[in-house]
Write a protein that binds this ligand. Structure first.
Ligand code: FAD
Length: 616
């Protein structure tokens, strides 16, 4: 027991607590340390070896002007900061917080430069592609994170600790309570300020993301009284491998397709090529651009709804018309890229991919599915990355607000820009605030909440609850939704949270390395995020970006150019509509027949701009 805090095994004191060891956490820890603070960085996995940062392809995107400032000779300065700013907002269906987008655009060059410096120190390969895209690998990004943090002697890294509850005193966040995974010890972190950079949430059964994505940060912030927003929007990636099982979740098909390195047929189970169902202007718009995710996912999900997908909701990348694949210019380019990034043309993200190319070369097919790559929703932050709770900051995928309802820019850039800002703001807050005091009653309640599963006997398994939740999300909370499907899934999720989760019991009573226990804690967080997401999706009676309602197909700016916020009041989830900050670009009060009609409108707008024919 630690001092007079009888409920915990250890108390660690620091100035700034950073939760998460991905790109956002790294930048936050480094920035706070450079402001002279002592920093404790706590990671569920280990620094630079956990979270979605290491799953990334990995592209950092900025505008050409910033890329030129970074010294890239091939940068296209005509793709200015203003153009990128406008694209993020308009392509995000006008739901972005425009001040956060301004920051993204203003800071991207400086932060990418800083990160590239670490990548180069670690001798990692980075390929620049005009107008303003840098490509490396997730593994390299992880190495750079470790390198960056190690340069700062003020940062203590605490790995293998799952933070589950924020600690609050007199309305201010003063630390957090977590569990050391290998020993089961309860460790309290007492801090003057806290940055949550713990990533997003991923609710479905088929995954291309890291298993860390259980929404811990947003869920614990919500329990502590923070506002969340945009939880109904989850970005889908069309083309992650379902089979062969050894490659399940690999995004290689999507990467090759979006990069125009392969061009397979995309066949449904009725033998139809879904590319032919996509209008040519949208097909052109999708090629080589981030719009591919929304456009292809939309038509893909329509096939699922029409019962023309495989049992796993998959389609086929079909190579029967491309038997000379191996010699094709695209495939050769792909091999060169793989060789540059992974030093082996048959490697992709640590896997040998020879069998996949063999199948393709023989004119076979890959079964591929939609999988969730990014959560738009998270903690509401202001320009300083501050939440509505004093002392609590958020950055990266744990936060919300930059990309609205559709992301065409880079989540990694978002993570490093926001991480840096959050670290600096948290340091400034720590410097001007009084010493943090922990409330013993609250600590006891937090400890009790974390340990409660040990008191149950003969209940359900946490894995069973999680898999039932994933099924509910698969069924009613996919890209295409409607009132009855959402209601059925929400009912199920509420019953899992209210009836099943409290009954979850652990077959093993040991606290050390009890994976069932951690599964239970993380399932609690996921259930919170998913329930809020479903409730928000039900409230939003229109379609927008990655939220497509068959019963309300129109994109309706007049009534719904609004973010849905959520907070806990009187123990209940309450939702409210908020106009996003629109200080720079006015929202047109228009309507479009559906999400693809808006995409076509954007396609035309961008085509006109590139022809120099600005719309009035
Ligand atoms: C397959 C895939 C490919 C992608 N490719 C790209 C790309 O090419 N370009 C791009 O811009 N974006 C890409 N993204 C998205 C991008 O990788 C993420 O949005 C970004 O890395 C998020 O960074 P982050 O630091 O906010 O969170 P993460 O990288 O997810 O890090 C979260 C950290 O928090 C820790 N953590 C979580 N919960 C807790 C807890 N309770 N206690 C303690 N620690 C905790 C985790 O262990 C981890 O260290 C991709 C995503 C996926 C899934």
């Amino acid at each position: 027991m630690a001092g007079n805090h009888h409920w915990v095994d250890r108390v660690v004191e620091t100035d700034v607590l950073v939760v998460g060891g991905g790109a956002a956490g790294t930048m936050a820890a480094v920035a706070a340390a450079q402001e002279g603070c002592r920093v404790a960085m706590v990671v569920k996995g280990s620094l630079g070896r956990s979270g979605n940062t290491i799953m990334a392809m990995a592209t950092f995107r900025a505008d050409g002007e910033s890329a030129a400032e970074c010294g890239e000779k091939k940068a296209d300065p005509k793709y200015t900061k203003d153009v990128l700013f406008e694209n993020i907002i308009k392509d995000g269906f006008y739901l972005s917080d425009q001040n956060l987008v301004r920051q993204y655009v203003a800071d991207a060059g400086k932060r990418i430069s800083q990160f590239l410096g670490w990548l180069r120190q670690k001798k990692q390969r980075v390929i620049f592609m005009p107008p303003g895209v840098w490509l490396t690998s997730g593994k390299a990004v992880g190495m750079a994170c470790r390198y960056g943090v190690r340069q700062e002697s003020n940062v203590d890294v605490h790995g293998d600790i799952l933070i589950h509850e924020l600690l609050e005193k007199d309305g201010r966040i003063v630390g957090a309570l977590g569990v050391k995974i290998y020993t089961g010890e309860l460790i309290a972190f007492k801090a003057r300020s806290v940055v949550l950079s713990s990533g997003g949430f991923e609710p479905y059964s088929f995954k291309c993301s890291h298993s860390d994505m259980t929404g811990d940060g947003p869920a614990m912030a919500f329990r502590a009284g923070a506002e969340l927003a945009d939880m109904e929007f989850l970005l889908q990636m069309p083309g992650a491998l379902l089979r062969p099982l050894v490659h399940r979740g690999s995004i290689l098909p999507f990467v090759l397709n979006v990069g125009r390195l392969i061009s397979p047929g995309i066949m449904n189970t009725a033998g139809e090529d879904i590319r032919k169902k996509i209008p040519p202007d949208l097909r052109d718009m999708a090629q080589g651009s981030e719009w591919m995710k929304l456009i292809y996912s939309y038509y893909w999900a329509m096939e699922i709804s029409a019962g023309k997908a495989t049992a796993d909701h998959g389609l086929y990348f079909d190579f029967s018309a491309s038997s000379r694949l191996r010699q094709s210019p695209g495939a050769i380019k792909a091999f060169i890229l793989l060789k540059l990034l992974y030093r082996n043309r048959w490697q992709f993200q640590g896997k040998d991919i020879r069998d996949l190319f063999r199948t393709a070369k023989e004119g076979g097919r890959w079964e591929v599915g939609l999988s969730n790559q990014y959560a738009f929703g998270g903690i509401v932050v202001d320009n300083h990355m501050s939440s509505n709770l004093p002392g609590l900051y958020a950055a990266g995928e744990a936060a919300s607000g930059v990309f609205g309802a559709n992301r065409v820019a880079s989540a990694l850039t978002e993570a490093i820009v926001q991480g840096h800002r959050a670290g600096r703001s948290a340091a400034a807050y720590a410097a001007h605030s009084s010493d943090a005091q922990i409330d013993n009653n609250q600590l006891a309640a937090a400890a009790e909440n974390i340990l409660r599963f040990f008191r149950n006997t003969n209940g359900r398994s946490a894995a069973g609850v999680r898999s039932a939740m994933e099924k509910a999300a698969d069924t009613g909370f996919g890209l295409i939704r409607d009132d009855s499907g959402l209601n059925l899934s929400l009912e199920k999720v509420i019953s899992l949270r209210q009836m099943d989760l409290p009954e979850v019991s652990l077959r093993n009573q040991a606290r050390a390395y009890n994976l069932e226990w951690f599964q239970a804690l993380q399932t609690e967080n996921l259930l919170t995020c998913v329930e809020i997401g479903m409730r928000s999706a039900l409230l939003r009676k229109e379609s927008r970006g990655f939220h497509v309602r068959t019963d309300f197909p129109r994109v309706d700016n007049e009534n719904w150019a609004q973010r849905i916020y959520c907070r806990k009041q009187g123990g209940e989830i309450t939702l409210s509509k908020h106009a996003p900050s629109t200080d720079h670009l006015a929202v047109p009060m228009d309507r479009w027949n559906d999400v693809m009609a808006y995409a076509a409108f954007r396609q035309k707008e961008m085509a006109d701009r590139s022809k120099g024919k600005e719309r009035p």
